[in-house]
Write a protein that binds this ligand. Structure first.
Ligand code: ATP
Ligand code: MG
Length: 173
């Protein structure tokens, strides 16, 4: 039996053409007479699912034939073999979709959680740089720093400062 190949199309950016590439790749492979199963994990948009549903509807409306992914062949094959298995296929499909939906919700929750953490860290850093919405050099007096780090603090800072660097720099005391 030929080894199955898994092709994953991914990109962090939305709307970059992932689904379009997946659809064209799957369709080209179908025309090359290979057996193709398409898993659309994007349950919200279901772009690939809609594409193949539209393709099926168009073929039916125009009395035409063209290769389709395995899902359809499975159903058709089961119908001729044992129609009761069609219901089992529907049940399995619903279970898989349920698990995928659960995974989607978990991923969404985790993404929101990470967003909240990132915002919290951004707020913390922003408050360090702009205490009470003022640039820190206009808000803090040098005295508490001298008291905390010693009277030679200015000399120590002077040594590590790079006068040709226009950006903020982090100095560890
Ligand atoms: N090569 C291309 N040239 C022009 N338009 C394209 C190209 N590839 C995709 N598009 C269009 O860009 C839009 C987004 O494409 P697609 O839905 O495939 O992106 P996606 O990465 O799957 O998006 P999402 O992250 O929302 O799932 C669609 O309208 C599609 O028709
Ligand atoms: Mg997509």
């Amino acid at each position: 039996m030929a080894q199955a190949s898994v092709i994953v199309v991914g990109n962090e950016k939305g709307g970059a053409g992932k689904s379009t590439i997946a659809i064209h790749t799957a369709t080209a492979l179908l025309h090359a007479d290979t057996r193709v199963a398409v898993l659309d994990l994007d349950l919200r948009q279901q772009t690939t699912g809609h594409f193949f549903a539209n393709r099926r509807a168009w073929l039916a409306a125009n009395g035409a034939t063209a290769p389709m992914p395995t899902e359809d062949r499975l159903g058709a094959g089961l119908d001729s073999f044992d129609p009761t298995l069609r219901a089992a296929l529907g049940k399995s499909r619903a279970k898989v979709l349920y698990q995928l939906e659960k995974l989607r919700k978990k991923t969404e929750r985790e993404a929101l959680h990470r967003d909240a953490l990132a915002s919290e860290e951004a707020r913390y850093l922003s408050a360090l740089l702009y205490p009470h919405r003022h640039p820190q050099e206009r808000f803090y007096s040098i005295l508490p720093f001298l008291a905390q780090h010693g009277m030679d603090l200015v000399d120590r800072l002077y040594k590590v400062v790079q006068t040709d660097c226009p950006d903020h720099r982090v100095v560890t005391l």
